[in-house]
Ligand binder design. Structure first.
Ligand SMILES: Nc1nc2c([nH]c(=O)n2[C@H]2C[C@H](O)[C@@H](COP(=O)(O)OP(=O)(O)OP(=O)(O)O)O2)c(=O)[nH]1
Length: 315
């Protein structure tokens, strides 16, 4: 089953969510307006029709922006849920079929109220295009300076990864940065340290070994969980765990893993497109390659070297 969903975004950055009516599959859950593609119908024409039927608005399919494709299996039915962003329409959206509609900023939407297949769509709409990771050889002091500078220039999602530093110092360094991270409305994820993330109330980025070992999402919805993945199997496991996003690597040859064969963009695109969560391209890439990542079904670029102007620790 092919389902189209439209994410209407207004001038204030709010998005429209709709509550599924009683008696339907997933009744009571919130979703994005849309519906099934009918036999012989073009997918974007199906969305144009559904937005007219459900909200009473007219849209131009030529203005749709691809957001994410989410293959999803509810057990009783499986589907490809394709989400597009809609920024222009004619008419005032009304709840013609939904139990209710509501306009909210993405950060004010609790993922738990959404149909499960819509959680990756919510993540894709608000997650940034950049995911910088602190340099492995940095001291806590140097990494803190880098993170502060990154926040000031607009980075909003960062991984705090200092593999050479004792865990207590890593946690203390993250704790010291948190007021500033929160003031910017940003997110800092601890690398692998689930316990530390719980104690500090921050997110965690799981290693691929953790993705394979864990039986369930290690943090509640609302605390971010990222996952390091290297193949479709790991991407499927990360999605089954309920991770918010993944990195897929290495896309290009890297200094840190010179012997690992790179995926290259075509394979990255194929795997990211079939994954059910937003995927950052990682490995030998610079932030300037965001358009390349977006063209290949990626959320954006994650990386170390490309993100820090002066990655060498002066200490
Ligand atoms: N429209 C829509 N459907 C979603 C979303 N998320 C999600 O899991 N679904 C599921 C619920 C349904 O199983 C399926 C779409 O069915 P639908 O009931 O909206 O389709 P439809 O409007 O064509 O209606 P009908 O023939 O069942 O009355 O996709 C979403 O954001 N929007």
């Amino acid at each position: 089953m092919h389902v189209l969903a439209g994410v209407l975004v207004d001038g204030a950055g709010r998005i429209l969510i709709a509550q599924r009516p009683p008696g339907k599959h997933l009744a009571g859950m919130w979703e994005f307006p849309g519906g099934k593609v009918e036999p012989g119908e073009a997918p974007m024409a199906a969305l144009e029709r559904e937005l007219d039927e459900e909200l009473g608005i007219a849209v131009d399919p030529l203005s749709f922006e691809d957001l994410i494709r989410v293959p999803w299996n509810y057990g009783e039915r499986s589907m490809l849920l394709e989400a597009v962003v809609v920024r222009a329409w004619t008419g005032e959206p009304q709840a013609l079929e939904a139990a209710a509609i509501d306009w909210r900023l993405p950060r004010d939407i609790d993922p738990a109220m959404l149909a499960p297949a819509d959680r990756p769509i919510l993540a894709a709409i608000w997650l940034p295009e950049h995911y910088p990771i602190t340099p492995a050889d940095a001291s806590v002091a140097h990494a803190s300076t880098l993170v502060r500078a990154a926040l000031a220039r607009g980075e909003r999602l960062l991984q705090w990864r200092l593999p050479g530093v004792p865990v207590d110092e890593v946690r203390a360094g993250a704790a010291a940065l948190l007021p500033e991270v929160r003031r910017f409305g940003a997110h800092l994820l601890l690398s692998r340290d689930i316990e530390g993330a719980r104690a500090l109330g921050v997110g965690v980025h799981l290693s691929s070994a953790q993705v394979r070992e864990l039986g369930e999402r290690p943090l509640p919805l609302g605390s971010l969980v990222g996952a390091s993945c290297h193949d479709p199997d790991e991407l499927a496991l990360a999605s089954a765990l309920g991770c918010d996003f993944a990195t897929l690597s290495p896309v290009e040859p890297t200094q840190s893993h010179p012997d690992t064969p790179p995926l290259g963009w075509p394979r990255f695109a194929k795997w990211a497109e079939n994954a059910s969560l937003p995927v950052y391209a990682l490995g030998g890439l610079a932030p300037a390659e965001v358009p390349m990542a977006r063209m290949h079904a990626g959320q954006g670029i994650a990386g170390i070297r490309g993100f820090w102007n002066n990655a060498t620790d002066p200490a």
